[in-house]
Design a protein around this ligand. Sequence first.
Ligand SMILES: Nc1ncnc2c1ncn2[C@@H]1O[C@H](COP(=O)(O)OP(=O)(O)OP(=O)(O)O)[C@@H](O)[C@H]1O
Ligand SMILES: [Mg+2]
Length: 353
Amino acid sequence: MSPAPILTLENLCKTFATNDTPAVNTVSLQLQQGEILGLLGPSGCGKTTLLRLIAGFESPTAGTITLSTQTVSSPEQCLPPEQRNTGMVFQDYALFPHLSIADNIAFGLRHKSKGLSRKAIQQRVKETLELVGLSGLEKRYPHELSGGQQQRIALARALAPRPSLILLDEPLSNLDVQVRHRLRHEIRQIIKASGISAIFVTHDQEEALAISDRIAVMRQGHLEQFGTPEEIYTQPSSRFVAEFVTHANFLPAILSGDVWETEIGNFKITAVAQDETEQGELMVREEELELVPHDDASVIVRERQFLGREYRYCLQTNSGKYLHARTGVNTMVPVGSRVEVKVQSPSPQIFAA
Ligand SMILES: Nc1ncnc2c1ncn2[C@@H]1O[C@H](COP(=O)(O)OP(=O)(O)OP(=O)(O)O)[C@@H](O)[C@H]1O
Ligand SMILES: [Mg+2]
């Protein structure tokens, strides 16, 4: 028999008294031991509210939260945060400025792991600093560390009491791009090495793909799709997910016999995201368009951007519609020239228009 999930949400809802629409709307999901869940969605879709419900800072309007086998939240009873085996890392680190790094990390141990001796706390602080790769900084104060180091200390503080679940609310959004890229790999390694399960909130799709074992895409309080990064990227369940997770073009398409006709070609598509439609939109990701220079072609290159690893093109079709394409730096097509557009998609998808 497989072990009980670390976290089970059942039909979880939260409507704030001042709002008409729910911030979290009938969310159900399960998280397995050691799994990293990426929670992805636009601003205001309910990501922070969902984390705060799980941590115990908010109580649900309906539904339940179960940690391992204990129901910790329901409209009838709601355990306070300190009685839940969870740790939270905030966007702005929230380190205590007047406490040394060692005392910042020990803070949670004194409050959450009561009964640990002073020696045991010192040992745990040392081990946790090693885990986040910052040994030797015990005596410093937060203002004596870089932003990236502070973020790793915030992670250490949440990990030190060895919670069963750690909740990270956009932990990297205050950092510059390079530190962000490095830290997202480090955070994944640290969490995996600790064996603790995690929910990682972000509104950056690339970050979610890189860090998560599974991704939950939220929209206006509800779960739009839940799956592995590969599933979410290659088989988005709706145009919303496709637009949010991939760089895609959407081309008007009409079903004729068994092919979908579009301005740039006809496609035979077996799997259609929404059934029984004869008019739709073909999704082609920007990296799936191949550009072949051809003087008689109807598509014109309007703009080209050099992005280092690739070119991004803006193209205009005969009907005036704009398309975007990304190619390797070896494909350099002049602005103003004409190109034939070929679609190299392993699984083209149609969404209802
Ligand atoms: N304490 C509150 N009282 C009333 N409404 C709230 C409260 N907290 C959040 N909301 C509302 O609930 C909705 C979801 O907010 P939430 O902070 O969960 O979004 P989010 O997905 O974390 O957004 P962001 O990416 O901007 O952080 C928003 O419409 C917000 O205005
Ligand atoms: Mg938020």
